[in-house]
Design a protein around this ligand. Structure first.
Ligand code: COA
Length: 178
């Protein structure tokens, strides 16, 4: 699947094709996306982030760099990385139930890791439910390894698996060609 980096439109990070041939792209999340993103969040998670959680990430947070994947017609995925000093934390990622297994989350991860490399970040952390086989499988394909367990991390008391991935010491070009 061809990935094109679009330098001219600073808002769009990469463009790619879905299995249907439909064009899709990843860009920075905007305040006008929030309703659609939150609707998807409520469908996908038992303990969804609130609308205001997302709004904070887009409008206020100094460390957040939220992204969406979309087609011409709709938002098909989103992700929220936090870049804090020399670490990246993957706080949220999801793709639309109608579009799963088409490489959307993988594109979002590629864009986030690429940005992390550009910021000279050396380590990426995330938490995932032990029961979330799809997400664990996604993270393993990107070289994430289990670091430990965070006890009673989720609101329902479920533990989280803490995963990490080191990034090499180079400034760019690991994931996306310039
Ligand atoms: C996890 C999730 C984000 C994956 O999104 P996606 O767009 O379907 O993932 P991709 O198509 O990019 O998959 C990339 C790779 O991840 C792995 N993967 C993704 N979904 C998988 C599944 N259901 N079962 C097994 N492996 C899976 C595969 O290795 C896949 O590569 P392949 O299709 O070539 O085999 C999606 O299932 C989702 O939104 N789940 C609900 C929200 C969620 O749990 N988010 C993660 C919170 S930690």
């Amino acid at each position: 699947m061809a990935i094109v980096r679009l330098k001219k439109d600073l808002d769009v990070c990469i463009q790619f094709q879905l299995r249907s041939g439909e064009k899709a792209w990843v860009r920075r999340m905007r305040e006008s996306d929030l309703e659609e993103v939150h609707e998807m969040e409520c469908i996908l998670f038992d303990d969804p982030w609130s609308f205001d959680n997302f709004r904070y990430e887009v409008v206020r947070s100094a460390v957040s760099w939220p992204l969406i994947a979309e087609t011409e017609y709709e938002i098909i995925g989103y992700a929220v990385p936090w870049f804090v000093t020399d670490e990246m934390h993957l706080a949220n990622i999801a793709s639309s139930p109608l579009y799963q297994r088409q490489g959307i989350a993988a594109k979002l991860v590629i864009v986030m890791l690429d940005e992390a490399m550009r910021r000279s970040i050396r380590i990426v952390y995330l938490e995932v439910r032990p029961t979330n086989k799809a997400a664990i499988s996604l993270y393993k394909t990107f070289g994430f390894e289990t670091l430990g367990i965070r006890r009673r991390y989720y609101r329902n008391g479920e533990n989280a698996i803490l995963m990490q991935r080191f990034l090499p010491e180079q400034s760019s070009n690991l994931f996306l060609a310039d």
